[in-house]
Design a protein around this ligand. Structure first.
Ligand SMILES: [Fe+2]
Length: 376
């Protein structure tokens, strides 16, 4: 998709109908008059500063139609039956129809399996350079993670590191949480046992979007970090068991966390999909999930699919496995990737990580700001 879609675009009325038709380079789309009218960018339609609408689309007359349509440079002028005149910018229309890329949008995801080569690690002190920050964010958007290196190893320094990417989201585990073995742990993360591929906090609504894990000390044996791509597992499930994948996307599950007086729960499906059935995210923590009492035939499929998914997620060849060294920070998409770690020894050395969460809007805004600067 290029801006060529805008260059050759035409917009004209559909004879005998209030609708209009956009054409460009062999593509054609009939447009509802309200769909087009509510995208008006005229000064009496939207605030020119904050781009918010100055009218309520629900108040438009139901029989709205164009009374005049004429071409202009890079646009089409549409006069509407309610008296509004709208210059429809062809570049805007091509983007809205999906015929051209938004030049400021982050890159799309690419599924992956196994160790990535080259491995996406970047020296963080250079992140005040737009090119380096862009490379970090590009890896994050495409692969779902990036490893930042050469950071401080003082406890608490993750606050400043993660804040370069977005607002830190506080939880009951704290603004920053420590990951090391402790007695009476409130979560199995705080023990030395192996942690299989999982997503964090599926019992929250919404789940934390992005997790940072900052390695302060890691000189025990074992304790390697693991990542698995939930998008790749979703795609593989579509090949192996499409019916099961649909059931995992449609069947409500309660994810529950209880410790002492704290209780949190959220009801969601294991796979989150969009209206077209595409992958949006995955919640997976098989220590915390309780499926709804739907009919046993559906549960047969659900349990079959969950076994298949677990088998996929546990395949060693599917995971990226690496040792986080002191000063390394893993930044990973908690809605897309699953993370885990191998077991480690409590008798040799010490392992101490700190973590925190941010949401996706931080890296999204960061990417858009860099993209806009690069074109100015
Ligand atoms: Fe975790």
């Amino acid at each position: 998709m290029t801006d060529l879609a805008a260059d050759g675009l035409t917009l004209q009325p559909v004879a005998g109908s209030p609708r209009l038709r956009a054409d460009s380079d062999g593509r054609s789309q009939v447009l509802h008059p309200h769909w087009l009218r509510e995208r008006s960018e005229e000064p009496d339609a939207i605030d020119q500063g904050n781009k918010q609408r100055l009218f309520a689309p629900a108040d438009l007359p139901p029989d709205l139609h164009a009374t005049d349509v004429r071409p202009a440079a890079g646009a089409t002028i549409v006069v509407w039956s309610d008296g509004h005149t709208q210059s429809v910018d062809h570049a805007m229309l091509a983007r809205e129809l999906g015929w051209a890329n938004d030049p400021n949008s982050p890159p799309g995801r690419k599924s992956w399996v196994g160790q990535l080569d080259p491995f996406p690690h970047f020296s963080l002190p250079a992140a005040d350079d737009d090119d380096v920050m862009r490379a970090i964010l590009e890896a994050f958007w495409i692969h779902g993670f990036a490893i930042l290196t050469d950071t401080a190893t003082e406890a608490g320094s993750l606050d400043g590191i993660a804040s370069q990417f977005g607002e830190i989201r506080d939880t009951n585990f704290g603004r920053l949480f420590d990951v090391f073995s402790k007695p009476d742990p409130i979560d199995l993360a705080y023990t030395p046992i192996e942690l299989k591929a999982h997503t964090d906090n599926p019992y929250r609504a919404p789940v934390p979007g992005i997790q940072f894990l900052h390695c302060l000390v890691n000189d025990s044996s074992g304790g390697e970090s693991t990542l698995v791509d939930g998008l790749a597992a979703f795609e593989e499930m579509g090949e192996l068991d499409p019916e099961g994948r649909d059931v995992l996307a449609c069947t409500p599950v309660t994810f529950r966390y209880e410790f002492g007086t704290e209780r949190m729960q959220a009801r969601a499906s294991i796979f989150e999909t969009d209206a077209a059935g595409g992958f949006v995210g995955i919640r997976n923590s098989d220590r915390l999930d309780f499926v709804d009492p739907v009919d046993p035939d559906t549960l047969d499929v659900f349990y079959r699919a969950r076994r298949t998914l677990r088998t996929l997620l546990d395949q060693p060849e599917r995971r990226a496995q690496f040792l986080l060294e002191p000063g390394h920070v893993m930044m990973m998409d908690n809605r897309r990737l699953l993370h885990g770690r191998t077991a480690y020894s409590l008798t040799e050395g010490h392992r101490h990580l700190q973590g925190c969460y941010i949401d996706h809007d931080g890296p999204d805004q960061g990417w858009r700001a860099i993209a806009a600067r690069s074109r100015s």
